[in-house]
Design a protein around this ligand. Structure first.
Ligand SMILES: [Zn+2]
Length: 417
């Protein structure tokens, strides 16, 4: 009798606690994690640190890698939006070039250890043939073996009111074409609450979740996060909801932050602060005691809100220097949001999975009680803290137990002997 044997071993990996382990993979999932044995044959991980793969919960693949072609001398959010719209109007972008950039942006993320991505993609009546969406869908198809990608239809404003009819039509088309979630920017609309209601109606109709750009401003009077939480609770919205940015929450008094955080927790809304791009775009108008513009991570987590950290824009008018590396995001969360390195790591790995509606990947000795994908980052670092600090290029990335990306570097010192 023959039996299909799909069991494979990744050997000689090192867990964050320092122990050496071998990992058994069956059908793309973790079958067991055993103490390392020199007798076991398999793919040698060379004693490098093995951690759950990283996630990017908030990308803009359609805009990525355009910093030279779309400069933003003002450096703020409205400067970036105006620069982008002007570039679009002068015909800077097209299906093929956008697909190529989006594909390259995915590959950069994967090389750094990312296997789960949620990207926002511009959708509106001015893009009548849905070039942005089709480009990112083509990039998703081309990289299916590397990463799982969720697409959010980032709606042009307005979505509410009579002027929003064309955009509402474009949203429904996008959901039929292949967008997975409804997005948009209530804080950019005259009727933010109306925008939330329109977004919710379309999401309910399509049976999908929402991920909105919420309150990307330091104006303390702008608090559509509260409107969103109340609407979601009021109607018992049955699909996952994410609030990205939530910048203005960071400038509220702490008691207000706590009150709103508990409403957000009660509504089951996940929050995605975006340290790199928030730090770049926010606070320019306040050179003294410059605010950081990052949603209050600890207040949100203490209230029971699921939080994930993202990078947002990568080398475009919204952030000219994004590095496509969640270790950059985690390091900024340590420095600018006072997170401990271990917490920052959680927020760019399993924290992302949680907000994206995916199961966690845990690397502990034994056989996992629940099925877990064999999605790992193997990195040449002594600890999680050192990995965040040094962000070594030397990484190996496994998706479903298959090695999908390898980066190795050479360093040489020409010391005098
Ligand atoms: Zn964004």
């Amino acid at each position: 009798m023959t039996q299909a044997n799909t069991s494979r071993w990744l050997t000689n990996g090192r867990l964050a606690n320092g122990s050496t382990v071998d990992i058994e993979v069956v059908d793309g999932a973790i079958a067991s994690v055993m103490p390392g044995s020199p007798e076991r044959r398999g793919t040698d991980l060379d004693g490098w640190l093995v951690v759950p793969s990283l996630g990017e919960p908030h990308a803009h693949l359609d805009k990525a890698l355009t910093a030279e072609r779309v400069p933003n001398p003002a450096g703020d959010l409205m400067g970036a939006i105006h620069a982008w719209v002007a570039a679009e109007q002068r015909g800077e972008f097209g299906l093929d070039e956008m697909t190529a950039r989006a594909t390259l942006a995915v590959r950069k993320l994967v090389a750094n250890g990312v296997t789960n991505i949620r990207t926002h993609v511009n959708v509106g009546e001015s893009d009548a043939t849905h070039v942005h969406l089709r480009a990112v869908m083509a990039a998703r198809a081309a990289t299916r073996h590397l990463a799982d990608i969720q697409i959010v239809a980032l709606m042009h404003s307005p979505l509410a009111g009579s002027d929003g009819a064309g955009n509402r039509r474009a949203l429904r088309e996008a959901l039929q074409l292949g967008a997975d979630l409804v997005g948009g920017c209530p804080h950019l609309e005259d009727d933010g609450d109306g925008m939330i209601r329109e977004a919710m109606a379309a999401a309910l109709e399509a049976g999908v979740g929402m991920d909105l750009h919420v309150d990307e401003t330091l104006d303390p009077k702008m608090l559509t996060l509260r409107d969103l939480a109340r609407r979601v609770s009021e109607i018992g919205f049955p699909h996952p909801v994410t609030a990205s940015h939530c910048v203005s929450l960071s400038v509220q008094p702490v008691d207000v932050q706590r009150r709103i955080a508990s409403e957000v927790a009660a509504a089951g809304i996940g929050v995605v602060p975006l340290p790199p791009t928030n730090l770049f775009l926010q606070g320019r108008e306040q050179p003294s005691s410059m605010p950081r513009g990052i949603a209050p991570i600890d207040v949100l987590r203490s209230a029971g809100v699921e939080v994930a950290l993202g990078g947002d824009n990568v080398q475009d008018p919204f952030n000219p220097v994004g590095r496509s590396d969640p270790f950059e995001t985690a390091a900024l969360a340590v420095m600018a949001s006072h997170q401990l390195p271990g917490d920052a790591f959680h927020l760019v790995s399993n924290g992302v999975r949680k907000v994206l509606g995916l199961g966690a990947v845990e690397l502990t000795l034994g056989r996992p009680a629940n099925p877990m994908p064999a999605d790992f980052l193997v990195v040449n670092a002594a600890s999680v803290r050192e990995a965040i600090a040094d962000a070594p290029a030397d990484r190996r990335v496994f998706k479903g137990g298959v090695e999908v990306a390898v980066t190795t570097t050479t360093r040489r010192f020409n010391d005098r002997s």
